[in-house]
Design a protein around this ligand. Structure first.
Ligand code: TYD
Ligand code: MG
Length: 462
């Protein structure tokens, strides 16, 4: 009997060690090392002689253009995040919190593709009946009759068995729900461990590349927001998608974090409804739907999500601190950004916020990371403190610098056009110093050099 070789692998970062270490030297995680058996057959794979390899170089101009081969989808928001459709032979990882709607979204994609080509949905999490029930729930809205003749469901976690079914069915699309539940027999570590996840993903990748089927992997996300198991997984796949959203809101954002076939930071907006994920084709309208225009403390920012401008409402509230330290709370915006804005408001405008609790909220569960929303955030706070509304038909765009100056932001033209499209009449923007751009017609542009000027333009204090 051959001797078993084992090693200890950090489940967070993948570092290996021959001894059990309490603390991983690479990522400093405590108690993250797990013993795993080294599989000799998989370890030896790379040692094969060069001549045995079947690959052969081809000329660049002989390579077919993959963009023409993309599968278009009715679910255009999904296609857009992928860069214009599903690329055959690609492997995509879809991550997100539990219960956010990953399986629902993939099932919708699966039923759509299955109208033309066979699809295999391998689930290690739910039984075929459960998936069918979900599919029925989804199909109730569809106007067209969903024929699911070509959609095959498989409840299986053994990857070799899944492969044998792939050989039989020859699907165009394979969905593995989730990568943490599948395992390879050759490896004795439990499913979900780093080595299983990594090995399974590379096998699936080989499958995608060699047979030319598109593979989607669903992945769980750990508490701190990374895809469980591994960063290593992100290197193996072509595209990493992330489905996120506020648990208590129905909006879901699908972002691409890495994409070998299209732009990253592209965003698709969905709404989780009774009957599945509905795409939101005009997100700005959706995010502004419940706005009370004349309320103090509300302002409109135009942020860019990928190549698409989205108007969001920011709400600020200041209220006198009862005792102790004043509190600062943000929802949907960076906490430190709020502190910076408060500091600038205090020092450059002379606003007294040291005895006020400050709350800042991005409406609709969106996360705004862009500094271009600074101006809107600042004005929401000023408006709340002074108890005067911001002009209702005004959009606010600009980054705030530490000296209280307004700084130019990119894509100004696209932002302004989106604001106009949604019925806004004017915008406060930073003063143009270098940039030149075409302003939309019948749209008032108010240029402010500093935050102070912007406040005077946006809030009319009698
Ligand atoms: P699911 O796709 O199972 O999430 P994940 O695979 O990411 O864990 O979605 C689960 C949630 O979605 C569940 O709380 C119920 C809700 N849901 C709807 O609101 N409408 C629907 O049509 C479906 C299928 C699910
Ligand atoms: Mg699921």
């Amino acid at each position: 009997m051959p001797k078993l070789h084992t090693q200890f692998v950090c489940q967070e970062c993948g570092r290996t060690s021959v001894r059990l270490l309490g603390r991983c030297p690479s990522c400093s995680g405590w108690d993250t090392m797990v013993e795993e058996v080294i599989n000799v057959s998989t370890e030896k794979r790379s040692n094969r002689p060069l001549s045995a390899s079947g690959s052969k170089p081809i000329r660049m101009d002989e390579v077919t253009d993959e963009t023409e081969e993309r599968w278009q989808l009715d679910l255009t928001e999904f296609a857009r995040v992928l860069g214009g459709g599903i690329v055959p032979g690609s492997i995509v990882l879809l991550g997100g919190d539990p219960g956010i709607g990953k399986s629902t979204l993939m099932l919708q994609v699966a039923t759509e593709i299955a109208q033309n080509s066979p699809v295999l949905y391998a689930s290690g999490e739910e039984s075929a009946r459960q998936i069918k029930m979900r599919a029925q729930r989804l199909s109730r809205t569809e106007k067209k009759d969903v024929s699911s003749e070509k959609l095959y469901l498989l409840t299986e976690t053994n990857l070799d068995v899944i492969f044998s079914h792939v050989e039989q069915i020859k699907p165009a699309l394979l969905i593995v729900d989730s990568i943490q539940t599948v395992f390879l027999d050759g490896l004795s570590s439990s499913s979900g461990s780093v080595s299983q996840v990594r090995e399974c993903a590379s096998r699936l990748r080989e499958l995608a590349k060699s047979v030319g089927i598109a593979v989607f992997l669903i992945g769980h996300v750990t508490k701190d927001g990374t895809i469980a198991g591994p960063r290593v997984l992100e290197h193996i796949v072509d595209t990493v998608l992330h489905l996120e959203g506020d648990r208590f809101q129905s909006y879901r954002l699908l972002r691409s974090m890495k994409n070998r076939f299209g732009p990253t930071s592209e965003v698709g907006v969905f709404e989780m409804q009774e009957r599945g994920m509905e795409q939101v084709l005009n997100p700005s309208e959706a995010f502004l739907a419940e706005r009370m225009a004349q309320a103090p403390g509300s302002s409109i920012a135009v942020t860019m999500e990928g190549t698409r401008p989205i108007l969001v409402e920011l709400q600020g509230l200041t209220s006198p601190t009862s005792f102790g330290n004043p509190r600062r709370t943000t929802n949907g915006m960076d906490y430190n950004r709020l502190l910076l804005i408060i500091a600038v408001l205090t020092r450059r405008i002379g606003l007294c916020l040291s005895d006020q609790d400050v709350f800042l909220n991005v409406v609709g569960g969106l996360r705004v990371e862009e500094p271009a929303a600074d101006l809107a955030a600042a004005l929401a706070l000023v408006s709340s403190l002074k108890d005067h509304p911001v002009r209702a038909d005004l959009a606010l765009i600009g980054e705030i610098g530490l000296s209280g100056e307004l700084r130019w932001v990119s894509h100004m033209e696209i932002r302004l056009r989106e604001a106009q499209k949604l019925g806004f009449k004017a915008a406060v923007i930073p003063k143009r110093l270098r940039a030149n751009f075409a302003t939309p017609e019948k749209f008032e542009i108010l240029e402010a050099r500093s935050l102070d000027q912007a406040v005077k333009m946006a809030i009319k204090i009698k």
